[in-house]
Design a binder for this molecule. Structure first.
Ligand SMILES: [Zn+2]
Length: 364
């Protein structure tokens, strides 16, 4: 297995095109063609994590936070980032990071939180805009089913909890091939009319290249006619934060204590109790403070996130219970996503969770 092959497994699950503009997810250190002997998983990459990889004979680290985020102009060991990179390169260790792409996908960071808090009837708190397109193509009736399946398998046609969604219309296509053509049906230079099915599917833009690739491979025509329409719909399966409901309402103090225990948080900073029971919960792993107004507008009783500033707590204004549980604590289960994915795809491969606690924040 090469580094690139393992990156491909992760990117098929969480395409890099989902990441935010400011992000730097992907393979950050190491040669794509290097052979991987073992994989170590972590939230952050520090010199201690590199040591842990060496100890366990792992030469690929898969982490959540990109170790290289801003520009690096020199590598002289002055910062922990430079020391981490130097140590990794010296020891032939590759570093792959999957950050906001794993935050934004449906089965990503926030789904792990939802599972642990027992939240159901989930939806994205801030669904992604400008992310969906409608892809339409035209194919002889007999080949329509195989073409639909190929497009579905590449990820087209997902609407909410339904997959393999398409709309199909029967019609007639016309074409005339030049002397340079080798038409699947009809003859060169002769106007041909073919009974065709018009297939329409919805596709998230980040996976459009792979869907088009699958469509072109499965389509019988030499020259495939297809249209891509931008949609104004939000993508309900991708975005920032999530909101869901508890099966049974819980009083605020019981909820706070349960959250503290689930996330093994030593300290939760929270707003004054509102006196209401908690049933609807908005949450965003990592720095989700900017989603507070969305959490209030979807009528969440509580909002769990991290990195809330002092003045943000005032904005709760008795409408919602804010819980700042700590950045590391809120994202700790991200390692489980990588672990589940890689052990499923590579059952006989050494995939280890690092025991190094990289949380830079300590509590007294
Ligand atoms: Zn984070």
């Amino acid at each position: 297995m090469t580094v690139r092959e393992i990156c491909n497994i992760i990117e098929e699950f969480a395409p890099l095109a989902y990441q935010e503009d400011y992000d730097n997810s992907g393979l950050l250190v190491g040669l794509p063609d290097a052979t991987v002997n073992g994989i170590l998983l972590s939230i952050d990459v520090t010199p201690d994590v590199i040591d842990d990889a060496l100890k366990h004979g792992a030469n690929l680290i898969v982490a959540h936070h990109p170790v290289i985020f801003g520009g690096i102009k020199r590598l002289i060991g002055k910062t922990y980032i430079e020391r981490t990179i130097i140590k990794a390169i010296k020891n032939g260790i590759a570093i792959y990071c999957a950050h906001t792409n794993v935050d934004k996908i449906w089965n990503g960071v926030n789904m792990e939180i939802a599972k642990r808090l027992g939240l159901q009837e989930l939806s994205m708190l801030s669904p992604a805009n400008d992310q969906l397109v409608k892809l339409t193509t035209f194919v002889p009736h007999e080949q329509a089913q195989a073409l639909r399946i190929a497009m579905f398998n590449a990820g087209a046609g997902q609407i909410g909890d339904y997959d393999q969604c398409s709309y199909n219309l029967e019609g007639k296509g016309t074409f005339r091939g030049s002397d340079n053509t080798n038409p699947f049906v009809g003859e060169q230079g002769v106007l041909h009319t073919e009974p065709e099915t018009r297939i329409e599917v919805v596709v998230p833009k980040p996976i459009l290249p792979q869907v088009i690739h699958a469509m072109l491979n499965a389509h019988p025509y030499e020259e495939v006619a297809y249209d891509i329409y931008p949609l104004l719909n939000q993508n309900p399966r991708s975005g920032l934060g999530m909101v869901g409901n508890l099966q049974k309402p819980e009083n605020e103090m019981a909820f706070l204590k349960r959250v503290k225990q689930v996330f093994k948080a030593q300290c939760i900073r929270h707003t004054a109790l509102t006196g209401k029971e908690i049933r609807r919960v908005a949450f965003c792993g990592g720095s989700g403070a900017d989603l507070l107004s969305q959490a209030i507008s979807v009528q969440a009783d509580a909002f769990i996130t991290a990195d809330m500033k002092y003045h943000r707590f005032f904005d709760a204004d008795g409408k919602i219970l804010i819980l700042d549980i700590g950045h590391f604590e809120s994202e700790q289960f991200t390692v489980e996503i990588f672990y589940g994915l890689l052990t499923k795809k590579l059952p006989n491969f050494a995939v280890l969770k690092s025991k190094v606690n990289t949380n830079p924040i300590h509590y007294l």
